[in-house]
Write a protein that binds this ligand. Sequence first.
Ligand code: NAP
Length: 245
Amino acid sequence: MRLEKKVVLITGASGGIGESLALSFAQEGTDLILWDIIEPKIALLDKIKNFSREVLFQKVDITKMEEVGKAMGENCEKLKRLDVLINNAGITRDNLLLRMSEEDWETVMKVNLKGTFNCIKTASKFMMRQKYGKIINIASVIGLIGNIGQSNYAASKAGILGLTKSAARELARFKINVNAIAPGYIDTPMTQKLPLKVKEEMLKNIPLGRFGKPDDVAKTAIFLASEESSYLTGQVIKVDGGLVM
Ligand code: NAP
């Protein structure tokens, strides 16, 4: 296995893409640290335990730097290493610009952008010490092209791309690769709540003619976490069926 014995931390691990990431990395033989504000499904944990040597779930709100630092410290003490951080937790609070409340703007920026910053800042301390690390930020194609009703989400995801590139430049000398994945439309609880009409319109614009599966994102994350991508840093890989070219 390409990733055997690596320690992988996934945020937003109880969500649609998070679950798939957890399962896929477990299949690669990694130890897992799973963070979310909601408990993962017992069935998921059972499946993971069949593959992985160690699985730790912690309720961590990534917007709170203190919580992030405390949890990261506990885990790294126990597992001794942190090889891969996947910043996957994210939320939407959609509305047209003029109707968007300050609260919805701030909440999205806080979870998607500041949460990612909190985790990178904390994890990179451990990775710098071990002179090795892979940081994978889950952005979105919306951060590249924008979207009606998603100015907060688009800004937060565009921010993640700037953060990815800056962190990639700063951390390269410690042999830490920092890359982003920009998924298009992936079939998860986040997108299942979109109106049917919106989904039909989006499908028309996807050259490969289907919505993405969480697994499509997970496979790309495994590539970015592996040595096969060791010469990639500061990159944004779109996993979108050709939606944005
Ligand atoms: P999801 O199913 O809603 O999962 C996201 C998870 O993050 C949820 O379990 C959520 O909990 C958790 N979370 C929210 N706030 C958090 C916080 N403060 N601290 C820790 N965890 C928190 O979404 P998904 O579709 O799997 O998306 C995963 C990532 O991919 C997100 O960053 C999203 O923006 C990105 N993405 C998704 C798509 C798509 O089509 N699905 C496309 C492009 C990018 P709650 O359920 O309680 O909020």
